[in-house]
Design a protein around this ligand. Structure first.
Ligand code: PGA
Length: 260
């Protein structure tokens, strides 16, 4: 039986200045200092990475970035590379978030290049997939997610797939207060695991951590985590307050034993 350790990740998006991020991290660190069986990650804006890395030292809180560029260095004004993120203390990077796809022209092809760059730079990529409301209404959820996985992971070898994390984030549930029901989420997570079996084989599929994202709150985390294929959460709004975020992390402790 494979046990998957829960991962609760906070995507701070374009919130928190350096000093605010430092304060939030210090409070979070003290609130979750006794939790050892849940991986916790926060992804602040680039400008706060250094202070958060310092504030999170000697804690269970890992650092992630919200995006990266696929080249390692060069004349690319405004971009940040994998080696820069690693040097800033990041171990994770979120790739292909729906807001990047929607507002910044991210495609499955650019996602694929970024995942390769992240792996090359020893970062753990968190690949975000998910359908819009219209796509769900048109019963295209599975085909959209299938294409995002297939094209996003094109040419990635087994060691890369072993490090990958996938986040299922239905766009209609992000920042809207409309969470997918645990059943709706489980159905897609199970589908993702099956697709990953086709892409990478049985062992990759079994050990892959699949996070759910979209209006996760302290009150709905337990129901989501009770599902077989939900291994954690990617949290936006509710990760901006340390006490609320800790209220999502704590119920995930002591759960790993129960999961197949
Ligand atoms: P939300 O955002 O929790 O505010 O819905 C989730 C996300 O975008 O990752």
């Amino acid at each position: 039986m494979t046990k998957r350790k829960p991962l609760i990740a906070g995507n701070w998006k374009m919130f928190k200045t350096g000093p605010e991020a430092k304060e939030l991290t210090s409070r979070l660190k003290s609130l979750v200092s006794d939790i050892v069986d849940v991986d916790v990650m926060v992804a602040p804006p680039f400008t706060a990475l250094a202070v958060v890395a310092e504030a999170a030292q000697d804690s269970v809180v890992y650092l992630g970035a919200q995006d990266l560029f696929w080249e390692t260095e060069g004349a690319y004004t405004g971009q940040i590379s994998a080696p820069m993120l690693t040097a800033a203390g990041c171990s994770y990077v979120i790739i292909g978030h729906s807001e990047r796809r929607q507002f910044f022209g991210e495609t499955n092809e650019t996602v694929n290049r970024k995942i390769k760059a992240a792996l090359e730079g020893e970062l753990i990529p968190v690949l975000c997939v998910g359908e819009s409301e219209a796509q769900r209404d048109n019963e295209q959820t599975f085909s959209v997610v299938k294409t995002q996985l297939k094209e996003g992971l094109e040419g990635i070898d087994t060691p890369g797939l072993e490090r990958l994390i996938v986040a299922y984030e239905p766009i209609w549930a992000i920042g809207t207060g409309k969470t997918a029901t645990s059943e709706q989420a489980q159905e897609v997570h199970e589908f993702i695991r099956k697709q990953m079996e086709t892409i990478g084989g049985n062992s990759i599929a079994k050990t892959l951590r699949i996070l759910y994202g979209g209006s996760v709150k302290p009150k709905n985390i337990a129901g989501l985590m009770a599902k077989d294929d939900i291994d954690g959460a990617l949290v936006g709004g509710a990760s901006l307050d340390a006490d609320t975020f800790a209220g999502i992390i704590r119920p995930c402790s002591h759960l790993a034993e129960g999961k197949a």
